[in-house]
Each structure stands twice: as C-alpha cells, then as structure tokens.
Design a protein around this ligand. Structure first.
Ligand SMILES: O=c1ccn([C@H]2C[C@H](O)[C@@H](COP(=O)(O)OP(=O)(O)OP(=O)(O)O)O2)c(=O)[nH]1
Length: 347
C-alpha cells in the first residue's frame, strides 16, 4: 500500500485513465479488494468486471422454473440459460470503494449480441464495499462486497455462462469526498427471494420472462391442438367426399337399372305388338288363301304351315331378345349392388 503522500493527484470530476486505474489497483484497495481483480480486464479507460462462480441464483436446469441460490463452498463455474430463463449473477471482483471515487456501469455488447439482457443500476457509489470499524471509527474494506446483476436470456438459443466471462464495463471518476455513510445494496438474500430461490418454488425467476416463456409454450400447444383439429376436419371431409361419391355411384346404378327395366318393358311391348300384328296378318292371309283357291288344299296347307313356322320362329326370336335384355338388366343391378356393398363395408 502507498502512503497518503505517494497517492496520485485526485482530479474531481475526471475519468480515471487506464494508467490511473492500474496505479490505484496495484497500490491500494480504494477500488477493489486486493487479489480480486485482473490486469487483463483493463480496457480503454475502464475495467470489465467478471462473472463469479458463487453468489448466484440460477435455474436448477436450463428451462426449469425452480431456482437455487449458490453461495459459500457450493460453487458453480458454468451454467446454461435456456431462452426465457433469468438469473442473478455476481462479480468475481470484490468492491471497496473509497468515499472520493465512483463508477458508472455500462453494458457489454458481446452479451447483447448473444441475446443476454443485463439488468443493472447505473452507478457504484463512493464508499461501496466499506464499513466502519466500531472501535476505531475507521472505514475499512468489507470482506466480500460484489456487484450484482440480473440477466435474462431474451435470444432464441441457450446461453452458457462461465466463470470469468465479462459481464459489465465500469468507468471510474474521482469525486469530491462525500459524507461517509454505509452504502448498501439490496443484498443477496433479498434478490434470492425475488427469484423465489428461498422457497425453491415452481414459479421462480423473473415473472415477466417466465410468463412470456409460459405463454409461448401455451401458444405452441394451442397451435398443435388447432393443427390436430384441422387434420381431423380434413379427414372427415375426405370421408364425406368418399361417402358422397359412393352414394352418387349407387344412384347412378339405380338410374341405370331403371332405364334397363324400362328398355326391357319397351322391347317386350314391341314384341307383343309385333306378335299380335303377325298373328292378325297370318289369320288374314289364311282366310285370303282359303277364299282364293278352295281346290288347292295341299299347297294351301303347306303355305299356312310355313307361315305358322315363320310365326313360331319370330315368337321364339322375340322371346329370346326380351330374355337377353332382361338378363342384362338383372346383371347390371347385381354388379351395382355389389359395389355399393363393398364401399359400405369399407367405412
Ligand atoms: O447493477 C447494480 C448497480 C449497483 N449495485 C450496487 C452498487 C451500488 O453502489 C449499490 C446501490 O446501487 P443503487 O443506488 O443503484 O441501488 P438501489 O438499491 O436503488 O439503492 P437505494 O435504494 O439505496 O438508493 O448497489 C449493484 O450491485 N448492481
């Protein structure tokens, strides 16, 4: 440690340069506790604070709604936040600000680029990390005062955070010495309660992000339900379509059958008319022949016999034609019934 005389000159209102900062860190505990800082984290006119492995409140597993407070010997050098997860994190650096120095807290864009939102206050106040010794009345560095931040994974992918990751950027200013009084933060216990880690409850974490996450899973399951309903409706429409086609085919078959039957009736009617006309013609012819030549009994009989045979042949041919038409109609109906029966059984 340096004596008061060897101290660098204070310039109230001025930003500490990297050299000022390094000198302070190497020669005093006016900013951090000795051994808790790293020269590699000096950047420009500032310092990037690092993620610690204790004093954390993190989900039991990525995506879990139960949160556990990590403190003491129970360290966690690495944890993963699923989208929508939140956590309370603390720095490796232990603070012991003197009453004439302050710092502003800034974000790291690298974290934002990974989808990590860091919720933080704006300043580290003069005296942060100091306490008054009751006996001597001297303000001395606290044993273990950290900066706490709340983080939320607002990106689409899981984010793994490891001990030593930079989590915020501080810039330091000299200020006129302020009145010496304790600077308190909300405290790890209070923040643990905010995350419901004290009860290890099912609804841990920051409710806004949890609600967004729950809402998303509800929307997804509702979308799945709607998709299922749409597929079911599509199946029903398909079935109805098939049933409608079957009914149309049945109706078509019935119409065909009716038309066959009516054709058969027409053919039969034509046959009856033809047979009747033929009979009448035959009788008239017989009578004519009988009147014209009474003495020609043999050939007359032969002609009448021939006409009779002709009449019989015509009658048989007519019966055969009607039978064929009837047979077609019956066959058509049978095959139509068979098709209807099959599609009916397929449902
Ligand atoms: O993100 C932050 C910001 C600040 N601090 C520490 C350093 C700071 O000196 C102290 C108080 O900060 P702030 O005044 O922002 O917190 P507060 O709880 O609003 O304080 P108060 O209600 O006492 O004014 O907490 C953190 O741990 N994290």
């Amino acid at each position: 440690m340096v004596s008061e005389n060897d101290r660098r000159e204070l310039r109230p209102g001025c930003l500490l340069s990297q050299q000022d900062l390094l000198k302070e860190l190497e020669t005093s505990e006016r900013i951090f506790r000795a051994g808790s800082w790293s020269g590699e984290k000096l950047l420009g006119a500032g310092y990037s604070v690092r993620l610690g492995d204790d004093l954390l409140v993190i989900p039991d597993r990525p995506g879990d709604s139960r949160y556990t407070a990590i403190r003491g010997d129970n360290v966690v050098p690495e944890f993963t936040l699923a989208p929508g997860d939140t956590a309370l994190i603390s720095t490796i650096e232990k603070f012991s600000f003197d009453f004439d120095i302050t710092a502003t807290i800034g974000d790291k864009f690298g974290l934002a680029a990974r989808g990590l939102l860091v919720l933080h206050g704006s300043a580290v106040h003069p005296g942060y990390g100091r306490e008054r010794d009751e006996e001597s009345g001297i303000w001395t560095p606290k044993r273990d005062e950290r900066l706490y931040f709340i983080v939320a994974n607002v990106g689409p992918d899981s984010i793994t955070m490891r001990k030593g990751d930079t989590i915020a950027y501080l810039q330091f200013f000299d200020v006129e010495r302020v009145q010496e009084k304790p600077v308190v933060n909300l405290g790890f216990d209070h923040l643990s309660r905010l995350f419901r880690a004290d009860h290890h409850a099912e609804d841990g974490g920051l409710s806004y992000f949890r609600n967004v996450k729950d809402l998303r899973s509800e929307v997804e399951s509702e979308r799945r339900r709607i998709d299922e309903r749409i597929s079911e409706t599509e199946r029903k429409v398909e079935n109805n379509h098939t049933e409608m086609e079957r009914r149309i085919t049945d109706t078509q078959t019935a119409v065909d059958r009716l038309s066959n039957t009516s054709n058969m009736i027409v053919v039969f009617g034509v046959f009856l008319i033809a047979a009747t006309l033929l009979g009448v013609v035959l009788v008239m012819l017989g009578e004519l022949i009988d009147e014209l030549s009474a003495g020609m009994a043999v050939w007359k009989l032969a002609v009448i016999g021939g006409l009779g045979v002709l009449y019989a042949l015509a009658t048989v041919t007519g019966v055969w034609l009607v039978a064929r038409a009837a047979n077609k109609a019956v066959l058509g109906r049978t095959s139509g019934d068979g098709a209807g029966g099959r599609s009916g059984a397929g449902q």
